[in-house]
Design a binder for this molecule. Structure first.
Ligand SMILES: C[S@@+](CC[C@H](N)C(=O)[O-])C[C@H]1O[C@@H](n2cnc3c(N)ncnc32)[C@H](O)[C@@H]1O
Length: 243
């Protein structure tokens, strides 16, 4: 459907922008470690969207939990090497939407994910900058392959975001969430010229903390505009408020 191309694209953008991305990645790692430190049980930590490993404090988590489960639709070489080296790291190829098989055939009714909900060894779940990505590849694919309209893409985007929040809300253990919330466009002077929801206007619950990710500094897209993502992170996602 285009996942490999998307991942290669993210990896190349990361390599071009290591410095501007550093503070976002550091904030993400700090939040994950804060969530881990607060955890009473330290059996398994399950991380959704860990395929690239940029924002995962893997060494520290390996020191804190018996098992670190990295779940993603695909894994790049660093994650594969880490799993080979460290037997406590487990890679799980998983579609967290549980719906890609039908989406690939053009059927857009979603299946509610249930993976790991019945696994009592999971002590902490981390959703690592995956929420705003869940609809990107499916919508691009459905628009191209099945002529999906903008309105249908909007509806599917909202449904996928709500389904993931609902899935996180179904875990009994603590959940940490890091998610892009808003896209911000800036001009050369640094002034914000436009903002748009990164989640098809699905609101995140109140709380957590927010920071800016300088994802596309000037020159990455063009010479006159920079794109920033406003990110929200929750150490302890308020599950009761998840839609
Ligand atoms: C922006 S990256 C997340 C950043 C990542 N935590 C890192 O290491 O920098 C989004 C990740 O979500 C994964 N992803 C997107 N859709 C997915 C799905 N349906 N199931 C599992 N993983 C998915 C991608 O493969 C990618 O690794």
């Amino acid at each position: 459907m285009g996942y490999l191309q998307e991942c290669v694209g993210i990896e190349s953008r990361y390599r071009r922008n290591r410095e501007p991305w550093a503070s976002h990645l550091e904030q993400s790692r700090a939040l994950m470690l804060e969530a881990a430190a607060k955890c009473e049980a330290r059996d398994s930590v399950l991380i959704f969207g860990a395929g690239l490993l940029h924002d995962i404090p893997l060494i520290e988590l390996v020191g804190m939990f018996r098992r670190v489960v990295l779940a993603d639709i695909l894994f790049m070489a660093p994650a594969r090497r880490a799993a080979q080296k460290e037997e406590r790291v487990e890679l799980v190829t998983l579609d967290v939407t549980a719906s890609l098989t039908s989406l690939a055939e053009g059927r857009t009714e979603l299946t509610q994910p249930t993976a790991y909900l019945d696994d009592p060894s999971i002590s902490l779940v981390i959703s690592a900058s995956i929420l705003s990505q869940l609809f990107v590849v499916p919508n691009a694919y459905l628009e191209k392959r099945f002529g999906q309209s903008d309105a249908e893409s909007e509806a599917l985007g909202q449904a996928l975001v709500r389904a993931h929040l609902g899935y996180l809300g179904s875990f009994e253990c603590p959940v940490a969430l890091i998610a892009d919330e808003t896209h911000v466009i800036r001009d050369r002077s640094g002034e914000e010229t436009a903002t748009a929801s990164a989640l098809h206007d699905v609101p995140l619950p109140p709380g957590g903390r927010s920071w800016d990710w300088d994802i596309c500094p000037l020159g990455e897209i063009d010479r006159d505009h920079a794109v920033m993502h406003r990110v929200r992170g929750y150490c302890d996602f308020p599950k009761a408020l998840a839609t």
